[in-house]
Design a protein. Structure first.
Length: 25
């Protein structure tokens, strides 16, 4: 998965999502 966004709001939303994905895997 790659993030092509430079908006702080998107990053804040993506970061927790990636952490959850890593924990699930």
């Amino acid at each position: 998965m790659t993030i092509e966004t430079s908006d702080s709001e998107d990053i804040k939303f993506c970061e927790p999502a990636f952490f959850k994905i890593n924990l699930l895997q």
